[in-house]
Design a protein around this ligand. Structure first.
Ligand code: IPM
Ligand code: MN
Length: 353
């Protein structure tokens, strides 16, 4: 298969973890006779510095012309504590999601057996937990009308029926392919937008007779994902709730550095780690490349390259099993492996398989 991939390393640790994912893709291409071509483009703080725009038109064009976007992360502390700034790296990320119409953010939550003890949660509680959070990504408070002066500020939490229907369709279909259990998460006891979500979900239920649907308030769900994570199969929720919930669920996996995600919608699909740009670690060869590498696996699986995806997953599992791990999950007294060394080990595993 030929794939044109737009590559957006972004800021912070992005330029270190991205090459590892590309090396892995090269190894897979060679082994399975595919042709992957990469088109690198700038975004985030880098792009603000270079051209004054965190998601320049040229980058947008590169993304639109590609079959898939592989993205790392954006963010830079220089922009964090100045509330008057209108242009920040994150506005580029939001523009990218909106312009590419990426309304469905798929964030799987799975455990690795050898890392169960790394989670702050009890091992027996999380063992076997395996669910996916589908976060609506282009609506709600993030994109609703905003206002700010010195006395008053607001963000409008607005959803149109069509936006709710299309994300619920994605979620119902995921549940049909998985374990037939969908949890619709909202705050329908307080918020009007949530009540519309619930109404639309109830209307759609009969179309998916083999999916069991339950409804849960976000506050309750925030507790249940930690106390009873095995209860869940597919969770669907609006943008802000999904943002918060998926940072929380990363505690189940044991490290932010292990979680890939996909964003799907109208135009080019995008694959990225759940974690951010971790500026404090930039240039230190410390960051875990697995979330980026697993995002590349999700990308291949999106195009039906399941054997290829499975081999990457196996290589990642084995690296963890054999203690080839970056410092945040290294066993006590274990050998030091940096971003590069973990990447090289995984490439080597794939080449010799
Ligand atoms: C995420 C991030 C972004 C979000 C930020 C960086 C704008 O936290 O992808 O979860 O809030 O969506
Ligand atoms: Mn987030």
């Amino acid at each position: 298969m030929k794939l044109n991939i737009a590559v957006l390393p972004g800021d912070g640790i992005g330029p270190e973890i991205m090459p590892q994912a590309l090396h892995v893709l090269d190894a897979v291409a060679k082994k399975f006779n595919h042709e992957f071509t990469y088109h690198e483009a700038i975004c985030g703080a880098h792009a603000i510095d270079a051209v004054g725009d965190p998601f320049p038109d040229e980058t947008f064009k590169t993304c639109m012309d590609a079959d898939a976007v592989l993205f790392a992360a954006v963010g830079d502390p220089r922009f964090d504590n100045n509330p008057t700034l209108k242009v920040r790296p994150e506005t580029g990320l939001l523009a990218m999601r909106k312009k590419l119409g990426l309304f469905a953010n798929v964030r799987p939550v799975a455990t690795f057996n050898c890392l169960l003890h790394k989670s702050p949660l009890k091992e027996e509680l999380i063992k076997g937990a395996d669910f996916v959070v589908i976060r609506e990504l282009t609506g709600g408070m993030y994109f609703g009308e905003k206002y700010q002066d010195d006395e008053k500020a607001y963000d409008t939490d607005i959803y149109h029926r069509s936006e709710i229907e299309r994300i619920l369709k994605v979620a119902f279909e995921f549940a049909e392919r998985r374990n037939h259990h969908l949890t619709v998460v909202d705050k329908a006891n307080v918020l009007a937008s949530s009540r519309l979500w619930r109404q639309v979900a109830k209307e759609m239920e009969p179309k998916y007779p083999d999916v069991n649907v339950d409804y849960m308030f976000i506050d309750n769900c925030s507790m249940r994902v930690l106390t009873e994570p095995r209860f869940f199969d597919v969770i669907v929720t609006e943008n802000t709730f999904g943002d918060i919930l998926t940072d929380e669920t990363s505690a189940i996996t044991g490290s932010m550095g292990l979680q890939p995600s996909a964003s799907l919608g109208e135009h080019t699909p995008l694959f990225e780690p759940v974690h951010g740009s971790w500026p404090q670690a930039a240039g230190k060869n410390l960051a875990n490349p697995l979330a980026q590498i697993l995002s590349a696996a999700m990308m291949l699986e999106h195009f039906g390259l399941n054997k290829e995806g499975a081999l990457i997953r196996e290589a990642c599992d084995q690296s963890l099993e054999q203690n080839v791990r970056t410092p945040e999950i290294q066993v006590e007294g274990g050998k030091h492996y940096g971003t590069k060394e973990v990447g090289e080990w995984i490439v080597n595993y794939i080449e010799n398989k």
